[in-house]
Ligand binder design. Sequence first.
Ligand code: HEC
Length: 110
Amino acid sequence: MKRAFVLLLVLAACKQENGNAQHGKELMQKYGCTSCHEIPGVPGPRGSVGPPLDHMAARTTIAGKFPNNPETMMKWLQNPQSMDPQNTMPNLNVTPEDSRDMTAFLYTLK
Ligand code: HEC
């Protein structure tokens, strides 16, 4: 009985549907996203290989062709090459959890 309760608590803690935007911001530094993107609030080299990611929440598309919603954004961050092999954003082995947190942060950029 007691054990089942603890398990439930753990599950509840892991199931962070909305992502942690602050953690997502830190992850962007860790993954080196700023080597290609200018990202408001994320210190780094401010690269310009990719488009600046300001106002990401206000855009209707991702990479000009996919609908901009959380689910698609998470897929894009995990594997941009499978979504569009022509594009030059590399796969960075982003985990599903990390993609959720980074998506949460991107959607704070209005
Ligand atoms: C080697 C360079 C490079 C790295 C590193 C990189 N990207 Fe990209 N990214 C690109 C390019 C180039 C595009 C544009 C793709 C296109 O439009 O076809 C892009 C597109 C995007 C888009 C869509 C932007 C838009 O205007 O629609 C998002 C969001 C994004 N990247 C987030 C990230 C995140 C988060 C990371 C780190 C986990 C990251 N990128 C790492 C090059 C990079």
